[in-house]
Design a protein. Structure first.
Lengths: 714, 153
């Protein structure tokens, strides 16, 4: 009992006690991770890790792998400290449970590039503790001190060269107390971290074996599509349920609050049934909402003073004393996540439990939603996280969970809710649009002495985490300004919260995705105004030898900044520090006669602390360039008649292969705590391109997506 | 009753012949590697080979391909050069778009066995990958071409 207690109170980051909650057993359809009491598993020192007699090391993960290689990376950290043999390591997605909650955020969710940086000590400690227990078990068997033994690749070695495998030691190790403070490796001793292992999920993806959320099926399940309001605030005034029921395969039409679900035996029948509903919708809350009224509203709001989000020194006073002042405005549009797998969720509600199968980024939120709708306690909601076809922030949303649970209750059978692509564009929680106006002052030596920055943007936090909004400030909406990588003596940031019916949500790199475009474009404009080189100007305003200083210096070197360049081409740079990492981009572009911008080469330098899994970091950096260029040239959600006008990819083109430039990625060696990667690789792409276009043409592009008519010659 | 030949096997399905092949494969035959994404033949994720030609199954009526050989990603051998190259180059991120893109690659390489980068760009410009796996896709296509040539295929 004592040992069990010790095991269950295994320390987590800091020294808080980890209370493991017993969860319902496997569903039979999904790998569940019994947090305790696993039968046939001799050694389970923590909910994250099991070692079996047959040399299997199983890492249970609670983080969602949306394609970044997170699962493989999590295994690499634990396996390295464990000194496991890599080929024995397998990864399994756990049922949502207490031990998988974020140690800092106290909820199980995947976002903010947090999977490693919020678990850096915890993951390593789990592996190291298990290694110590295995070594002690071997030492006891041999009757020698543990310090005489060495662990390597899944074995513990005796000084005489003989060895015992982890499988042979598992049972004895499982009887030992879990050490509270096992010694962690020095970075120089890492064997697995910093090397390129093949991603564990890729073979199944290539063979077509991966079952994504939308592919999930279970006996008795029906499929539902839901007619949602085409305009914000609209409600169905009339519909033809009979016509829908007449479609072969349709089993039930279920009106919900402001929407109507059609449940059927197949997806196609459900879609056809919905088409037959012939719904007449009310006008909704704002029938006049469209691209023009939205733009006008932002413009007007930007003239409001807003709330002071950050203040250091006295920017207004410094502006009056400046030798020269500059003012510019930047605009960014609403963006769709456009993740390729449409939103979906399968639910089965029973008397004592509710089961959810979903490609979710937000397990705790899903448990809470289903609990609220069923009256079951959150622990009775079993969330099975299925592989996801992209996410980029959208998959924490609960709309499909609500519908699936409500319908599963109504029909008393498992229901899979699927959004069509049209549903996905119409009901996305968009990346907020953002307009900003910046005024800055330069002294006579061309140094920035004042920066006054006003942002008008909708607030994501007001909906998802209202307690984070204090005094009218959504901290995400101003991210990237007060914490820009420059030391400025007088800085003020004001925020005007935009209140429109368009729902907004988290999107790759969150507030940085907007504000870094403005900050990094404007700093470039200031460099030009000061008559200085854009790289030197940035460096002059950075703390010498800080991480951004090092990254930008490396970028200039790797990108051959200042070296001769092919005729017609020009370079631009941008840098960002966010999610505990620093990234800088250099773009090399040319602009054709008709204003067509060609990006020839992108150089990316990344400092994400310990580079756990370099190939996955490179893949993310490549992906950041592609998505960044996509938003630079193409992406913008359109609105008309009180709702979303964009319906499908034909109206929301994303970057395609012929537009993808040569991409070079350089990783700075910095063996500190691991930082984020999925988010930080995005924000500095667009300003680097805009700055390069300015070098090439003398034209500043201050609105996204770029309007090429500004670049037309003559 | 329709008879479809999928990966060399005859399958009988009781559906309206006008049903898009995509949904017949996914819902009636359980072949979920064929992905639904846009439904308007814009993205390429539902691509299958029909008589060796890459076609978008969301825009084909199942009744129109009776008697044709339909190939999905499962119909390619595990050591098919395209699969080998895709693993070797670590192409997929979320992976959802990859089966369709790989099948389009098979068709492309059958017509253009040693493509230039420009030809790859042109041939694969009508598919979507939101994750941004394109740089690796380019490398994998080039590698698959080399592997195919070395197999004498």
């Amino acid at each position: 009992m004592n040992d069990d207690m010790t095991r269950r109170s295994f320390l987590k980051t800091g020294s808080l006690v980890l209370a493991a909650t017993a969860i319902a057993g496997p569903s039979g359809l999904f790998n569940a991770s019994p947090v305790e009491g696993a039968s046939g598993i001799p050694f389970k020192p923590h909910a994250f890790l099991e070692i079996g007699t047959y040399e299997t090391v199983t890492v249970w993960v609670g983080q969602t792998d949306l394609g970044q290689g997170t699962h493989t990376g999590l295994c690499m950290v634990i396996a390295d400290e464990l000194d496991a043999a890599w080929e024995t390591v397998q990864v399994k997605m756990a049922l949502a449970a207490e031990p998988f909650k974020d140690p800092l955020w106290h909820a199980q969710l995947t976002g903010g590039s947090s999977s490693f940086r919020n678990r850096w000590d915890l993951l390593r400690t789990v592996g190291a503790a298990a290694r110590q227990m295995l070594v002690e078990a071997a030492a006891e068997q041999w009757g020698i001190p543990g310090t005489d033994c060495v662990a390597r690749e899944g074995k513990v070695f005796h000084p005489d060269g003989s060895s015992l495998t982890y499988g042979q030691l598992a049972e004895a190790a499982g009887k030992r107390p879990v050490p509270e403070n096992p010694s962690l490796k020095k970075p120089k001793d890492y064997q697995i971290m910093g090397t390129d292992r093949k991603r564990l999920d890729i073979p199944d993806k290539v063979m077509g074996k991966t079952v994504y959320g939308i592919d999930f099926a279970m006996p008795g399940m029906c499929i539902a599509v839901v007619a949602r309001p085409p305009r914000y605030g609209a409600r169905p005034a009339s519909h033809d349920a009979k016509a829908a029921m007449a479609v072969t395969g349709v089993v039930q039409v279920v009106p919900l609050e402001d929407r109507i679900a059609v449940c059927a035996e197949t997806t196609y029948a459900a879609i056809q049934g919905r088409n037959a509903l012939d719904i007449k919708w009310s006008d909704g809350s704002s029938p006049d909402l469209n691209d023009e009224t939205i733009a006008a509203f932002f413009k007007k709001q930007l003239d409001q003073p807003g709330a002071v989000a950050e203040e250091s020194g006295d920017a207004e006073k410094a502006l009056t004393e400046a030798a020269r002042t500059l003012e510019q405005s930047y605009t960014l549009p609403y963006l769709s996540h456009a993740q390729v797998e449409p939103i979906n969720c399968t639910a089965h509600v029973e008397k004592e439990r509710c089961r959810i199968w979903m490609p979710t980024q937000g397990q705790t939120a899903t448990q809470e939603t289903a609990s609220r709708l069923t009256g079951l306690s959150p622990e009775k909601v079993e969330v099975m996280t299925l592989p996801a076809g992209g996410g980029f922030g959208l998959r924490g949303e609960q709309d499909a969970v609500e519908d699936a649970v409500l319908l599963a209750k109504t029909l008393d059978r498992p229901v899979k809710v699927i959004w069509t692509r049209e549903d996905d564009f119409a009901n996305d929680r968009f990346r907020p649009a953002s307009h900003s106006r910046i005024r800055a002052g330069l002294d006579k030596d061309g140094r920035v002495i004042a920066w006054s920055h006003k942002v008008a943007a909708p607030s994501v936090m007001s909906r998802v985490m209202p307690q984070a909004v204090q005094n009218g400030i959504d901290p995400d909406a101003v991210a990237g300004i007060g914490d820009m990588p420059y030391s400025l003596p007088n800085l003020q940031v004001n925020y005007v919260m935009i209140d429109l019916p368009v729902p907004v949500g988290w999107w790759r790199s969150v507030g940085y995705s907007c504000n870094v475009f403005a900050v990094e474009s404007f700093i470039d404009e200031l460099a030009h105004a000061a008559g200085k080189d854009p790289v030197s100007f940035r460096l002059e305003h950075m703390e010498k030898d800080s991480r951004p200083y090092t990254v930008l210096t490396r970028l200039a070197e790797k990108g051959r900044w200042g070296s001769p360049i092919a005729s017609g081409r020009a370079r631009g740079v941008a840098v960002v520090s966010c999610f505990e990492s620093v990234v800088a981009h250099m773009a090399e572009v040319s602009v054709g006669e008709k204003g067509r911008i060609t990006v020839h080469r992108m150089v990316c330098v990344v400092d994400c602390g310990t580079a756990i899994y370099p190939d996955a970091i490179r893949a993310q950096a490549e992906a950041g360039v592609v998505m960044g260029l996509s938003t630079a040239f193409h992406e913008r959600v359109r609105f008309a008649n009180g709702g979303v006008k964009t319906t499908n990819y034909d109206g929301y083109p994303v970057l395609t292969i012929s537009e993808v430039p040569e991409i070079e990625v350089h990783i700075v060696e910095n063996p500190i705590k691991a930082g984020g990667i999925g988010e930080p690789v995005f924000p500095s792409v667009t300003p680097a391109v805009a700055n390069a276009v300015f070098q090439a043409t003398g034209v500043r592009l201050r609105d996204l997506p770029f309007q090429k008519d500004l670049l037309l010659k003559g | 009753m329709l008879t479809l030949t999928v990966n060399g096997m005859k399958k009988e399905v009781d559906v309206d012949p006008g049903t898009p092949l995509l949904w017949v494969l996914r819902d009636n035959l359980g072949i979920t590697s064929v992905k639904y994404t846009c439904g308007i033949a814009e993205c390429g994720m539902c691509t299958v080979l029909i008589g060796g030609e890459a076609r978008r199954s969301c825009a084909i009526a199942a009744g129109d391909v009776q008697g044709s050989a339909i190939t999905t990603i499962e119909g390619l051998a595990d050591d098919h050069p395209v699969k080998v190259a895709w693993i070797e180059q670590q192409v997929p991120q979320c992976g959802y778009c990859q089966p369709g893109i790989m099948l389009q690659t098979v068709d492309f390489l059958s017509r253009v066995p040693s493509p230039s980068e420009a030809q790859i760009g042109e041939a694969m410009d009508n598919v979507i990958c939101r994750c941004g796996s394109h740089p690796r896709m380019k490398k994998a296509i080039a590698q698959a071409a080399v592997l195919t040539a070395s197999q004498g295929g």
